[in-house]
Design a protein around this ligand. Structure first.
Ligand code: NAP
Length: 246
């Protein structure tokens, strides 16, 4: 159970981030719902949490912007005095074959998926270290483990998140702070909705369990890593992918 814990989920206006925010709230945490542009959707996440009788608030921040992340961290500490669970979930795709991939598309994906995670961890680290406790859970991807044609930028960013996770886990291991990654496979969200039927059938063939996952499947894994039962687990990558990365 996560009663009394303060959690921040980046990119919690929709998809996996929203499911994580709801799951952590269900387990008792107070949840700070971050978003980039979808204020109304993020407000709905907050409302749904409050309907469950839990506390939540909204904080806008573009995780690619280092200064905004610094201000977000300061605001969280000003309002709540601490942070117990940081979930770096915000992410985007800009798919294309490497030959035609623009530098802009490469940089944008790296800036949000990898540097965004770095910014958030960096700005919260002094508070975590002072507390001598905390959980950091970074959302990677099966693409960061296996690679994926048409996703060189995305796969590089998500492989980077794994390296970042393992390094910070080693830095914080003696300080009571656990740092882990969750690597989802294909999950039914806005990110995967645009795929044509034929591509979806192909994807399902690549999944040993033969079907896409639900955002809730990822949220349950994150809640486990955020809880007491995972207190001796750090530097790990938990795949939630129906067996794709076996
Ligand atoms: P999604 O439905 O497209 O939602 C993306 C979320 O990230 C939104 O809440 C969005 O906020 C937020 N976001 C985007 N750019 C941001 C920025 N610069 N600063 C702060 N927030 C930002 O995506 P999803 O499928 O839920 O994916 C969530 C995470 O899981 C991502 O890291 C993704 O790479 C990873 N993942 C997804 C899958 C999958 O199959 N869906 C598989 C593996 C890994 P706004 O609404 O305000 O734009």
């Amino acid at each position: 159970m996560l009663e009394g814990k303060i959690a921040l989920v980046t990119g919690a206006s929709r998809g996996i981030g929203k499911a994580i925010a709801l799951e952590l709230a269900e387990k008792g945490a107070t949840v700070i719902v971050n978003y980039a542009g979808s204020e109304q959707l993020a407000q709905e996440t907050v409302n749904e949490i409050k309907e469950k009788g839990r506390e939540a608030c909204l904080m806008q921040c573009n995780v690619a912007d280092d200064e905004s992340c610094k201000q977000l961290a300061e605001e969280v500490i000003r309002q709540y005095g601490r942070l117990d669970i940081l979930v770096n979930n915000a992410g985007i795709t800009r798919d294309g074959l490497i030959m035609r991939m623009s530098e802009e598309d490469f940089d944008q994906v790296l800036d949000i998926n990898l540097k965004g995670t770095f910014h958030m961890i960096r700005h919260f680290s002094k508070y975590f270290l002072k507390q001598r406790s905390g959980r950091i859970i970074n959302i990677s991807s099966v693409s960061g483990i296996l690679g994926n044609a048409g996703q060189a930028n995305y796969s590089a960013s998500k492989a980077g998140v794994i390296g970042l996770t393992k390094s910070v886990a080693r830095e914080f291991a003696t300080r009571g702070i656990c740092v882990n990654a969750v690597a989802p496979g294909f999950i039914d969200t806005d990110m995967t909705k645009g795929m044509p039927e034929s591509a979806l059938a192909e994807v399902n063939k690549m999944i040993p369990m033969g079907k896409m996952g639900d955002a809730k499947d990822v949220a349950k894994a994150v809640a486990f890593l955020a809880g007491e039962d995972a207190s001796y687990i750090t530097g790990q990558v938990l795949c939630v992918d129906g067996g794709m990365a076996i």
